[in-house]
Design a protein around this ligand. Structure first.
Ligand SMILES: [Zn+2]
Length: 196
């Protein structure tokens, strides 16, 4: 099955297998990718007012463009300040996303994993860094650091004897490019319950 560079703006699928109920199920991929590249091409030229971006796009600014822009913002690729949109440089992006700022990743990142969701939390962290574009070595380093700093490792409940060993057993997650969202949602639910 062909894989695509940009995720579906609604369900984040990167193949034609959309989630059930996805708004863009059945839309042609070239059309979806076009919405992204229209926006990225315009913002690559420089920061742009949101209104001006709508006008700059060839044809009509529709649901697909709107969803693609929202996705780029949610994934921290594009920032907005006083209605001016800006594309992050790749260095800035990598730096920024090493600390997830939106839920469910934010909760996992800040609170750390708890017994009962280690599998899902570690899976989500690895898949997140893969999505962001970090190499395996960088991903491994970040996840190991997170296991220590968030207190997750100290809470126990792991079969492996070191965080590095644990992360290594999940390398397939990185290599397969699985999505992070479902696992992250599941982990967040457990972490939130644990705290409450
Ligand atoms: Zn979709």
């Amino acid at each position: 099955m062909p894989q695509f560079d940009y995720p579906c703006p609604d369900c984040r699928a990167t193949s034609s297998l959309h989630d059930a109920g996805c708004e863009f199920e059945g839309r042609a991929w070239p059309e979806i990718e076009r919405a992204y590249t229209d926006i990225v091409a315009e913002l690559t030229a420089g920061p742009t007012e949101e209104r001006a971006l709508y006008d700059a796009v060839d044809g009509e600014w529709g649901a697909l463009h709107r969803a693609a822009l929202e996705r780029l913002q949610r994934d921290e690729r594009v920032t907005e300040r006083n209605d001016v949109l800006r594309l992050r440089t790749s260095e800035e992006f990598r730096e920024q996303v090493s600390e997830p700022t939106r839920d469910p990743m934010r909760t996992i990142y800040r609170q750390g994993s708890v017994p009962g969701c280690h599998d899902n939390a570690v899976f989500a962290m690895i898949a997140w860094y893969e999505m962001v574009g970090l190499s395996w070595a960088e991903t491994r380093e970040n996840v190991v650091e997170w296991l220590h700093d968030s207190g997750a490792w100290t809470r126990g409940g792991f079969e492996e004897s070191t965080p590095g060993e644990l992360v290594d057993t999940k390398r397939h997650v990185y290599e397969s490019g699985y999505g992070w969202k479902e696992k992250a949602d599941a982990a967040k639910r457990v972490i939130t319950r644990h705290r409450g």
